[in-house]
Write a protein that binds this ligand. Structure first.
Ligand SMILES: [Zn+2]
Length: 548
């Protein structure tokens, strides 16, 4: 045992157990007076003192220790720092097994298209993954596909009416499809969307429906160890009170989670405590997407699937766990409780959360009617990588307000960079490799400091404009950093030449639309079609493409 909780001493106080002895490298997580946690990493020089990397000796109070761990000597420091929601500070990403960074990202629920806000979170996984790999490290990454039904309160979104109906089943009924057929079709769309956004993809995408046995084993383990119980309704619940540090991730306190809170599933009266949650739900009247289980027919709760999959596919430890900020509570809080209780260790080293995305000033929701899909951009004639660029112009940890003007601007920036890259590459001039390396480093430095993509892109723009930097150097820098940015800088844009007369027709059509003369504008669109020019309208204006 090289990690766990502190042990009680004879006088009733707490201490590190003998397994953590002087000389070892340890990580100690202590309660701080403000209700959060503080992490201390270094070598133990006495039972109450740690020597940090910079030589500083820090004394800690053993009675305040929440968890301790001997950090294996094979652990690799990556030099990449990211904000950790748990300790509320920037911390270095560490590859704990010395081989590959174990990363888990909560994936899509496949009953509808992922909107661009979901894609922003998925892009964050790609940016971290690329940064780790470009820095010379390996990564082993997992993202789950939620393809089983869940109660609406699990997936609740503001503005949507409270209801106990299941979203997957509801959507399947609406589309007259078998729920699994529906899930597979949206799963395929998810993969298509992330590929168009230049996301290289995770190593494995396990499906919840194919991980039911893993969930059974984990739930049984939690029942056996007293963390979970079978309710009178034959649902299985996790006992929130049984897990000492519940709330540490989100800052929520059990006593404040009063019944009637929006996360509370009010339908089950078999819970012993209001903040307990279902690991397994009895089928009740439901007939689709139900499984036979040791506790009767039913279906899994949402939170348990991520614990089951991350523990199984990443060998009981997650170096970095990712998700949107809305998942911090209750999803990640509950996942942490389940995983830690099952392994008696702090399973996740680093919690990274991406912020919300607004579209034209408002949160995207079906009820507000402003859900933007990647397909909408493509239909509008934009390169999907323009969205990738817009996202990177904003820090992942800031709330961002997306609009069409930004997308149009990023689209033209991409085209400019690609054509300049082709020009620069033609230059025969000799270039100085030391300068190239220095410029590349000036871009990666802010990226390693909590993924400051806006700052890195500012540097890139400055390099583009700098007359003192040779064309050949610019080409080499752009090509090299594109391994991170993923903007297809070396793509040769197909020349878009307008046939004679088309330019005038396009101008006339734009004027007709401005004058709201739609009959005239439609007539001009048909004339353009005869010239093999397809016109596409979007809120950002008119764009066109040549029909092959
Ligand atoms: Zn999850």
């Amino acid at each position: 045992m090289s990690e766990g909780y502190p042990v009680a001493t004879e006088d009733g106080s707490k201490a590190l157990p003998s397994a953590a002895h002087v000389g070892q490298r340890v990580s100690i997580r202590s309660h701080d007076p403000e209700g959060g946690f503080r992490d201390l990493l270094g070598h133990l020089v006495s039972p109450t003192q740690v020597r940090k990397k910079n030589g500083q000796i820090v004394t800690f109070d053993p009675s305040q220790i929440a968890l301790w761990k001997v950090v294996p000597s094979q652990a690799i420091s990556t030099g990449i720092f990211l904000y950790d929601t748990m300790s509320r500070a920037q911390r270095e990403i560490v590859i704990s097994d010395g081989k590959a960074l174990r990363m888990y990202c909560c994936g899509p629920t496949v009953y509808r298209d992922a909107h661009v806000g979901n894609l922003r979170t998925f892009l964050l996984g790609d940016l971290i993954s690329r940064l780790v790999q470009v820095s010379g490290f390996s990564i082993h990454s997992v993202q789950n596909i939620t393809d089983v039904g869940h109660m609406v309160d699990d997936l609740h979104e503001p503005g949507e009416a409270d209801s106990e109906e299941d979203k997957v089943l509801t959507q399947a009924a609406m589309e007259h499809k078998d729920p699994f057929t529906l899930a597979r079709s949206y799963e395929a769309k998810f993969h298509k969307d992330i590929a168009r956004l230049g996301i290289l993809g995770f190593d494995i995408y396990p499906r919840a429906s194919e991980s039911i046995e893993l969930m059974f084993a984990l739930i049984q383990k939690l029942i056996d160890s007293g963390y979970a119980y079978v309710g009178e309704d034959t649902s299985v619940y996790f006992s929130a009170n049984s897990f000492e540090s519940y709330g540490a991730l989100s800052g929520n306190k059990l006593e404040e989670l009063v019944p009637g809170h929006r996360y509370e599933y009010v339908g089950d009266g078999a819970k012993r405590f209001h903040a307990d949650w279902a690991l397994w739900k009895a089928a009740g009247a439901r007939t689709e997407m139900v499984w036979e289980s040791p506790w009767g027919k039913g279906f899994p709760g949402w939170h348990i699937e991520c614990s089951a999959m991350s523990l199984h596919y990443l060998q009981n430890h997650v170096d970095l766990h990712l998700g949107g900020i809305d998942l911090r509570f209750p999803h990640h809080e509950n996942e942490r409780a389940q995983s830690n209780a099952a392994t008696l260790s702090e399973v996740t080293d680093h919690w990274v959360h991406g912020e919300h995305l607004l579209f034209e000033g408002r949160k995207m929701s079906k009820s507000a009617g402003n859900v933007l899909l990647l397909e909408d951009l493509v239909q509008g004639g934009y390169d999907p990588l323009a969205l990738r660029l817009v996202f990177m112009e904003n820090r992942y940890r800031s709330q961002m307000d997306l609009n069409w003007e930004q997308i149009a601007a990023a689209h033209s920036t991409l085209q400019r960079w690609r054509s300049k890259y082709q020009e620069w590459s033609k230059s025969e001039l000799h270039n100085d490799q030391a300068i190239v390396a220095e410029l590349i480093e000036s871009i990666f430095e802010p990226l390693r400091a909590d993924l400051d993509t806006p700052k890195a892109l500012l540097k890139l723009r400055a390099i583009e404009r700098d007359a003192n930097i040779s064309d050949r150097t610019k080409a080499q820098v752009f090509e090299s950093v594109d391994k991170f940015f993923g903007l297809d800088i070396n793509r040769v844009e197909v020349a878009r030449e307008l046939p004679t007369g088309a330019e005038e027709l396009l101008t006339a059509r734009e004027q007709a639309r401005k004058a709201r003369d739609f009959a005239r504008s439609d007539q001009l669109r048909d004339q353009l079609l005869e010239l093999k020019i397809k016109v596409v309208d979007s809120p950002a204006g008119q764009s066109w493409e040549v029909i092959p």
